[in-house]
Structure formats: structure tokens, C-alpha cells
Design a protein around this ligand. Sequence first.
Ligand SMILES: Cc1cc2nc3c(=O)[nH]c(=O)nc-3n(C[C@H](O)[C@H](O)[C@H](O)COP(=O)(O)OP(=O)(O)OC[C@H]3O[C@@H](n4cnc5c(N)ncnc54)[C@H](O)[C@@H]3O)c2cc1C
Length: 458
Amino acid sequence: MADHNFDVVILGGGSGGYAAALRSAQLGKSVALIEKDKLGGTCLHRGCIPTKALLHSAEVADVTREAANFGVSANLVGIDMPAVNKYRDGIVDRLYKGLSGLVASKNITVVAGEGRMVGPKTIQVGDDNYTGVNVVLASGSYSRSLPGLQIGGRVITSEHALQLNFVPNKAIVLGGGVIGVEFASIWKSFGTEVTIVEGLSHLVPNEDEAVSKGLERAFRKRGIDFKLGVRFSGVEQSEHGVVVSLEDGTKLEAELLLVAVGRGPNTAGLGYEEQGVNMDRGFVLTNDRLQTNLPGVYAAGDIVPGLQLAHRGFQQGIFIAEEIAGLNPVAIDETGIPKVTYCEPEVASVGLSEAKAAETYGAENISTYEYNLGGNGKSQILGTAGFIKLVRRNNGPVIGVHMIGSRVGEQIGEAQLIVNWEAYPEDVATLIHAHPTMNEAIGEAHLALAGKPLHAHA
Ligand SMILES: Cc1cc2nc3c(=O)[nH]c(=O)nc-3n(C[C@H](O)[C@H](O)[C@H](O)COP(=O)(O)OP(=O)(O)OC[C@H]3O[C@@H](n4cnc5c(N)ncnc54)[C@H](O)[C@@H]3O)c2cc1C
């Protein structure tokens, strides 16, 4: 048994953990980063990057299928799934090499192996103990299932869905949240008949209701079927497929069932509870400085209750490194975290939904405006529909931006600056948006909310 001492010991090399490592090293700390699998974690290997690569292949398939609408003669002959996977793996490999090289160049000690908390400041890996002046827990998350719903065979999670080397003829997606609608979108573009089952009354139920309804309209138009407000009751598998039963008596048949009902914290058996870390249903509880109840022990990423997003993890990792270094960083405001769902059409938002804003400030104290992309030249060129919805406090700043339409994810940068810098619509209305871009729609929406609409009917 050997003992190693560092300023900062980090358990988990995903978005939260590696960001904490890079920033700590930059701030002159000695760092051990413990990872049992590959640096980059879920996001790089099983999440954000591979799914967005598949979504890009899906977009190419759609463009090819619809090429005649743009005067281009092309035939979609088929989807070569092994080639799609090769393209995706190439991207992941390049980014993985880049990240590994970056971490190596920063004098961070990467410890390959499974870590376990054996003391309030000590993580054991094999026969070695790594003790930090500070410890960061960043062990990430796993695909959850429902009680009694066994994963295996034709009942798969997103990890398995990413590894398929064929396009299913027919698939059922359990869960209409981000991961569910992204896979539904990919498969539909690849030619699969898709049905989504969502227990709540809307797809992407965490979004503003207008956006959820917009996505439902768009999916209906694309021929993606969905059942809302009805719960799953069971699944039977055979050699050829699955039969999924719903609580209302409906039976659905398909080749595969994708279970996309959320992600649970990966904390069981890691010694956190034994060492006295305060937890709630497996999540690690922290204060707004991301500190657990144990002095000098912090937590970042998906194990901390809240939005499970890579960029939240990065920011938390950076925050913790700066907090440890005594830089007193500004606390992260969860409502200011931008969210993008990369299905077709895309959904992007930041800040409060209309319902949440009304609950917080009173319905009489807020105003909303929806700018339809029908009035935006670039959206017409691309052939997309959708809108940008703003929520403002009366005589006050914009507190929510909600968007739906192809490529709106690329607009989230400006939206998050507007909300996080508490801009007034009148401030944004004076800024120039280049023509013809989809970005102009943000400008137009703010012009309208500031009382001087240009290309808007209302
Ligand atoms: C299909 C899918 C698509 C997604 N798409 C997006 C997206 O488009 N945008 C977005 O922002 N987010 C997306 N996410 C979410 C994003 O991947 C996560 O929020 C992010 O990866 C969380 O980072 P983390 O550091 O908390 O955990 P992880 O990335 O899960 O990293 C945790 C790391 O800890 C390691 N580890 C765990 N236990 C131990 C141990 N005992 N010893 C050593 N190492 C250990 C794991 O191997 C892993 O590498 C997606 C997720 C999925 C599943």
C-alpha cells in the first residue's frame, strides 16, 4: 500500500472532473485525476458527441431525401450504419486524443483504475491511497430504468443504441425527454418507424409549454408517433421483437425498446455514504459553493442534483478549482444555464419559462412575445418552421428565451448573454443582427418586445 499526496484529488475524469483538473493545474495545484475508463466520460464517449454525430448523419439523410425541393437531383439509397459509426468514432477518437494530450501536457497525474472513498480526504485505487488537501467527487451518471423493467436483449439504453450496427425497422422510445427525442429524431431520419411513450402530458416536458407543443407539431409532421400522458406497464420480448403494454391497455410492437427515462447518479458502492457525505436518493448534496458537508470535499456534474448537462459540469469543475484556490468565484445560477435539444427541429432555451416566470413574479408582471420564423429569410431558405419566444419582466430585463427550429441551438450563445447579463429588450433592439441569418430572428423578437416590430405581423 503506497500513499500519495496531492493538493487536489479528483474522482472521475468526465466533464466535471477533467475541467476541475485542468483549472486546478492552471492555478498551480498538484492534481491527481482518477478515471476507471476513458478521460472525457459520458459526454465524449457515450453522450453529447456521439449522439450529435449521428444527428448530423441524420440531417444529411434528410437533406438528401428532400434534395429535389431545392432543385438538386439525388436519391437516398440507404443508411450504411457501419460507415455512420466509423464517422462518429473518428470524431470521438480525435477529440479523445486531443483531451488526453491536453491533460498530459498540464502535469496532471492521471490514475487509471477504479477509485473508492476510504477516508474523508482519501481515495483508494487498487493498493494505492490518494489523499488530497481537497477532494472532488465527479463520478457521473448511468442510464436509469423503471422498477421491474429489465435492460437486456431488445430492451436497450442509449449506450446500446449508440452501438447498433443496423437501423431498426420499428422502435419504441420510452421517455420523451432530451435523450428520447434525439434518438427518435435520428431513427426517423434513418427510416425507422418510431413511437415515443411519455408519461407526462408533453414531449420535452422541462421546456416552455409553447415549445413542447411546437415540437409535437413538428414531430407529427415528420411522422414520428407519440403517446403522451400514458404510462408504461410492461414489455415482452421474443426472438423477433418486443411488445410494449401501456397502462391504458394499448399494445405496441417493435423491433426494439429504447429506455430513456433519465439518468441516475453513479455513487453506489463508492464509499461516499460510509465517509459521511450527505446524500439524497444517491445524489451528493452540496451548498452553492459546491461543497459537501465534509470540509474540503466538493462535488461536480451529474451527481449533484440539477440539470445533467456537460457544460454545467465543466463550469462546476472550474468553479471548484477557483474556490479551492481562494479566488471566490461567482456562484453558478442554474436558471442561467443554456439547454439545447438537438433533434430536428432543434429546441434551445435559457432562463425561465412563461409558467415559471408567472409563478416567480406574478403573471401580471411579465410579458411574452413569440416571433415566428416564417418572417425570417434564412429560415425560409432552409425550409424550417418554428419561433423564438421571449419572456420579460415588465419594464425589466429578458428572463427567458425559448426557441424551436432547425439550427436554433447555434443561437443559444446570444440568448444566454441576454438573459445572464439581464439585458432589456430595448438594449438588444439597438444591436445589429446580420442579414440574412437565423440570428436576425432574435433581433426581430427583441425589436417587437421593445415596441418597434420590423418584420413582424403583431
Ligand atoms: C445519450 C446522451 C446524450 C447527451 N447529450 C448531451 C448534450 O448534447 N449536451 C450536454 O450538455 N450534455 C449531454 N449529455 C449529458 C452529459 O453527458 C453529462 O451531463 C456529463 O457527461 C456529466 O459529466 P460528469 O463529469 O458528471 O460525469 P461523466 O461524464 O459520467 O463522467 C464520470 C466519469 O467518472 C468515471 N468514474 C465513475 N466512477 C468511478 C470510479 N469509482 N473510479 C474511477 N472513475 C470513475 C466514469 O468512468 C466517467 O468517466 C448527454 C448524455 C447522454 C447519456
